[in-house]
Design a protein around this ligand. Sequence first.
Ligand code: 5AD
Ligand code: FES
Length: 368
Amino acid sequence: MHSLAQAASPYGRGFLEKRMDEHSRTLINRLASEHALDLDGYEYLIAHADAAVAAELAVHAVAVRQEVYGTDVFARGLIEFSSYCKNDCYYCGLRAGNRECERYRLTPEQIQECADTGYELGFRTFVLQSGEDPYWSDDALCSIVRTLKDRHPDCAVTLSVGERSRESYAALHDAGADRYLLRHETADPDHYARLHPPRMSFERRMQCLEWLRELGFAVGVGFMVGSPGQTSATLAVDLKFVERFKPEMCGIGPFIPHHATPFAAEPAGTLELTCLLLSIIRLIHPPVLLPATTALGTIDPQGRERGILAGANVVMPNLSPGDVRAKYLLYDNKICTGEEAAECRGCLGARMLGIGYQLVVDRGDPAE
Ligand code: 5AD
Ligand code: FES
């Protein structure tokens, strides 16, 4: 197990022994054995991180991921079915205030076609994602979920459609939806207010996550790395939140500016910090399903491979029809907007094989 972990580390061990400060080493060992640190510990680890700290964390994270999931990587077929959004998050290209964004909605039939194609390609989880689009009633969404589950009973359905009422979540769960992604974006209320307009509420976001959990969904949280106003201290709060909530999934990727948003001139998050946090989150909660995100692949051509080598175990290739992909732009320069579903799956499959992992045909449920 150790040799695989070492082979997977982009740095190598001799170099580490020399450079890492003693306190970081103590913290890493504590994190690996206790799966927890106090707030100051997380903050110190992040604030003092260098290549040696990142490499040491990756060695532990890969060993832990190896124990739980081996070298399997799960694929989620992402269907971006509506680009309409009523919200105005300052970071997001789909925000209502962006008049440049071309809006579209897939029909229920188109959504099923995407899933059918995905099934043929070996996907056993479908993620239905949209902006917060009130057009989709509970009945409409429930009927889509039911049809999907009827046609593909061996598949998991994940929803990522934002904040809704408890009743709505309950109806969607009853209709057969298995999982729900709702990134918390930041666990620090002041930072939340820096990223969102006043009518969006941190408390409501947290309430939604509690409801989803109570209703029996596998729940995905997550945040952007390097979002404006983020500090080692706010990230420590995010990690403490992950430690407490123990989400089944956690989506983290770098913030990337979108030219038509209030954050157009802000710098993007980095590959290094994103990979460091992937490793830490793997160690906090070993069974977590952790995607190497499209955003990570966008800031670096090897970003998704580097994410897997830091402890991630999920990829989310796009199944949306070719003609709408370029309209679902959360950030600038998004990759894979010109590809077809089969190309995306093939490309990612080859990339995973290239680093010693394999994409599997599997629902990819969270391990116990
Ligand atoms: N850069 C990176 N990620 C973004 N998201 C939204 N806008 C951006 C951006 N500019 C993320 C948010 C959201 C998820 C769907 O995409 O975290 O929850
Ligand atoms: Fe749509 Fe944030 S802009 S949910």
